[in-house]
Design a protein around this ligand. Structure first.
Ligand code: BG6
Length: 547
């Protein structure tokens, strides 16, 4: 067990740990929503120097959707409860569904009770609902935006939000460009020194490199890059952010974080869920577009990037882009040798029989969409030359687990030649991102007794044990950071395009192989046998668990 002195262990604030000026939430006795003082920063700067609670009018396009009710509203509630929202704050939901403001408040009230990650404090809920408004209108109709303009001016005056408008696009991707165009036509996204105008874009950001470029182009016609916040909710996870803290705040790991000491890296994002009710979307996406091009590559970038010279957003994002650019591009032969696509069949998960992917709702019975992807990626750099990064993700796998495994090179065996030790297990560092968040390091120790026998033992740190279970949707830090103008945890246009340029050639080859390019696996397993073979041919194996 790793121990730290009492003085050095504190619960992390929900605000980004990368903002040196984030106020420590434990050091204030203020009510949840302290009024801002005159002269405080309006948050227009694209740096983490901005105040972390500037007045904000939070506009949600897609206010009737799943994301709003499951994540955004509960996250805003958590931020209010943890005193991270300003007093001058209001939410305006926009959606096509015709509904009165009162009915919308009633609906959100109910959603909050159903989906909140913590018990509801009536005073905080009332505070939030009092600031909640609704506008119904078609996203394609210019009149919607005229009415929006009028309403924003009115609410801005009423709530003292000082013209700081945050537009969150929680809509189908087809609307992203249209909404930004219309906001531009109404001059609602002109940012000045006095007020901020920011736009948050959900995933998926494009469908391939070409469409991502074209969307970036559309956005950049209207917005500056520093107004665009491309969200990847994996970067909102404390444990993903902790990869950077773990690497760069501890002197002992960085010197061995390279090809001299590391044998290989595994990144696994396994889900036991199937496609649920999202067959329509998933059929067009598949595991690579849905998970690998964004979440897995973001984790990979955090694990492999060079230390930035500061935690300034641009410094961090420059290093991430550099390492993504260094990922070796694959030609068709590489794709055949270094990647595996799979699709789940029937099987059993948690003692429950589950249906095959092709029988899910809204899925083509002859579908060739991959629900599993595994690949070996190489990074052409001084630090990583020759170190394989094995990444995999899939639905309906044996269990839900996201983790990074760093396997170190084995110690030389000659010392143990004359002893009964036939195999020394290499040191393995496991960063468990979810569930059961924590970090463990395994090493060899002498098993007590007259003979020299070595066994693998673990040092294990568990988040919940040290920091408790903070109520979180995973969106709190990200929403907080957009309001504060800190883009460190958001994707810049180059990173998004680099992600697509890595996977596009792979998807093209898979597409051309048709049914030959996709291997079946039983639901509840760890994926197709071919993915095991991918590592076996390098003399390695995936770290799996039995259920
Ligand atoms: C989303 C994907 O981005 O991430 C889903 O679209 C997936 O298919 C989800 O289930 C996983 O997120 P988490 O936070 O539950 O690991």
């Amino acid at each position: 067990m790793w121990h730290a002195s009492e003085q050095s262990i504190h619960p992390l604030p929900q605000a980004s740990p990368f903002s040196p000026q984030s106020p420590d939430p434990r050091s204030t006795e203020e009510p949840p929503c302290r009024p801002m003082q005159m002269g405080e920063d309006t948050g227009t700067q694209q740096s983490n120097k901005s105040h972390t609670r500037p007045p904000t009018l939070f506009v949600i396009f897609g206010a009737q959707g799943d994301l709003t009710k499951r994540k955004l509203i509960p996250a805003l509630y958590n931020l209010a409860a943890s005193r991270h929202l300003p007093q001058e704050f209001a939410i305006l939901g926009v959606d096509g569904v015709d509904m009165s403001q009162e009915d919308f408040r009633t609906k959100i009230n109910q959603d909050l009770h159903d989906l909140s990650t913590q018990s509801i404090d009536p005073a905080i809920k009332a505070w939030l609902l009092d600031r909640l408004y609704y506008l119904s209108g078609d996203f394609r109709d210019p009149q919607t935006y005229e009415r929006l303009h009028t309403l924003l001016n009115q609410l801005d005056g009423q709530h003292g939000t000082r013209g700081n408008f945050l537009f969150y696009l929680a809509t189908a991707p087809a609307f992203f460009g249209e909404i930004v165009d219309q906001l531009g036509a109404q001059q609602l996204v002109i940012q000045t020194d006095e007020h901020s105008r920011r736009v948050v874009i959900e995933k998926p950001f494009g469908h391939d490199l070409e469409s991502a470029r074209s969307l970036n182009h559309t956005l950049r016609n209207i917005l500056h890059e520093n107004q665009i916040y491309r969200i990847d909710h994996y970067l909102g996870k404390e444990t993903v952010q902790n990869i950077l803290v773990f690497r760069f705040a501890n002197g002992i790991f960085e010197p061995i974080w390279n090809r001299q000491y590391i044998d290989h890296v595994q990144i696994t994002v396994a889900e036991s869920l199937g496609v649920e009710h999202r067959g329509l979307y998933y059929e067009k996406a598949g595991a690579v577009r849905d998970m690998l091009t964004n979440h897995l590559l973001q984790i990979l970038a955090f694990v492999s990037m060079e230390p930035p010279n500061t935690f300034d957003p641009e410094a961090v994002r420059n290093e991430k882009a550099k390492v993504l650019r260094a990922i070796e591009p694959m030609n068709p032969v590489d794709v055949l040798q270094a990647t595996v696509a799979g699709q789940y069949g029937a099987g059993t998960i948690d003692h429950r029989s589950v249906i095959p992917y092709r029988s899910e709702a809204n899925v083509n019975p002859a579908s060739l969409t991959e629900t599993y992807a595994a690949m070996t990626l190489g990074i052409e750099s001084w630090r990583w030359e020759g170190v394989p990064f094995y990444v995999r993700t899939g639905k309906r796998l044996n269990r839900r687990v996201t983790e990074v495994v760093i396997q170190f090179k084995s110690a030389p065996l000659m010392l143990f030649r004359k002893t009964p030790v036939d195999r020394l297990t290499p040191n393995v560092l496991v960063i468990r991102i979810q569930p059961d968040e924590g970090i463990s390091l395994s090493f060899g120790a002498k098993i007590p007794g007259p003979k020299v026998q070595v066994g693998a033992v673990n040092m294990d740190f568990q988040y919940a044990e040290y920091f408790g279970d903070a109520p979180s949707t995973g969106y709190e830090t990200l929403l907080h950071d957009v309001m504060a103008g800190d883009a460190t945890l958001f994707q810049r246009s180059d990173a998004v395009e680099l992600g697509w340029s890595i996977v596009d050639p792979i998807l093209k080859v898979w597409g051309s192989l048709g049914a030959h390019g996709i291997y079946p696996y039983a639901a509840g397993s760890w994926g197709p046998a071919e993915a095991d073979a991918l590592l076996a041919k390098d003399g390695r194996q995936w770290r799996n668990y039995s259920s």
